[in-house]
Design a protein around this ligand. Structure first.
Ligand code: MLT
Length: 265
């Protein structure tokens, strides 16, 4: 897995395919997982173009945990993509990665050819949401990262998957049990403090694909509907029998939705 140093931050990323006829596609993972959440999409979409899946600081192979904000990490990723000659691009992200995608869209519209918002939302945390983040930060500090992963697990996948597909649950555990407590604290802080992107949705001027698992209990279909209503060129892909981590819950359906989107760009 290549890695690159951007202003003192070491970022590892996986890439596959080449961008001869289509812009590269960048897919950023959510919390508390890593770039492996997009393994299926990386493999399949790389037949169409160059696909890049970074690990955010402290996650996966980006071993050094550093505090970050959603806007600053969008800048860091932009710098990284510039250095590896992957701009302009189609930028996408899952949940926390979607918050970063919205920041990227606002900060770097000229380098964007398409946007993929996967099980995410535009609104900032409510005050109750911020309180929950603070409680989770305390749990990560006092009980460790595993306690956070265990607390989140029931909301990550569809109810059917949780009961009947232990291999998918194992994928979530393999990623989330690897995340150090310090990284959990950094990401929870970044999500708690992120700004609201609802007002900037109307100015997104590129084709946008909104993907949501029909059983998403964290960023439910209503959040996706809001994105679709406010972003001028948005289309919605609802994924049946998928929870919040739709790219591992129903990988083929998510990949197909992205393939169709890329085909129309
Ligand atoms: C994620 O999947 O990235 C997080 O659950 C999003 C969040 O907690 O806001």
């Amino acid at each position: 897995m290549p890695s690159i140093n951007i202003n003192g931050i070491n970022l590892s990323y996986t890439e596959k395919g080449n961008a001869a006829t289509r812009p590269p596609v960048v897919l950023v993972h959510g919390f508390p997982v890593d770039s492996r959440v997009y393994a299926h999409q990386l493999e399949q979409l790389s037949k169409l173009t160059r696909v890049i899946t970074p690990d955010l600081p402290g996650f996966g192979q980006s071993k050094t945990a550093v505090p970050f904000t959603i806007t600053a990490i969008a800048e860091t990723l932009h710098e990284m993509l510039k250095k590896i000659d992957a701009l302009p691009c189609v930028f996408g992200g899952l949940s926390m990665g979607g918050y970063i995608a919205l920041a990227f869209a606002r900060q770097f519209p000229a380098d964007l050819r398409g946007l993929i918002l996967n099980d995410t939302r535009a609104e900032a945390d409510t005050s109750d949401g911020k309180n929950t983040r603070n409680e989770m930060i305390e749990i990560a500090k006092t009980k460790g990262a595993r306690a956070i992963a265990d607390q989140m697990e029931p909301k990550m996948l569809s109810p059917k998957t949780l009961v009947a597909r232990p291999e998918v649950v194992a994928k979530f555990r393999a990623m989330s049990h690897d995340v150090p407590a310090e990284t959990m604290v950094n990401a929870l802080t970044a999500m708690r403090d992120r700004i609201d992107y609802a007002e900037s949705l109307a100015s997104i001027a590129v084709p946008t694909l909104v993907i949501v698992g029909e059983d998403d209990a964290v960023t439910p279909p209503e959040s996706a509907q809001t994105l679709v209503e406010k972003i001028p060129q948005a289309t919605l892909a609802r994924i049946a029998d998928a929870g919040h981590l739709s790219p591992i819950d129903q990988p083929e359906a998510v990949t197909r939705a992205i393939e169709q989107f890329l085909g129309k760009l």
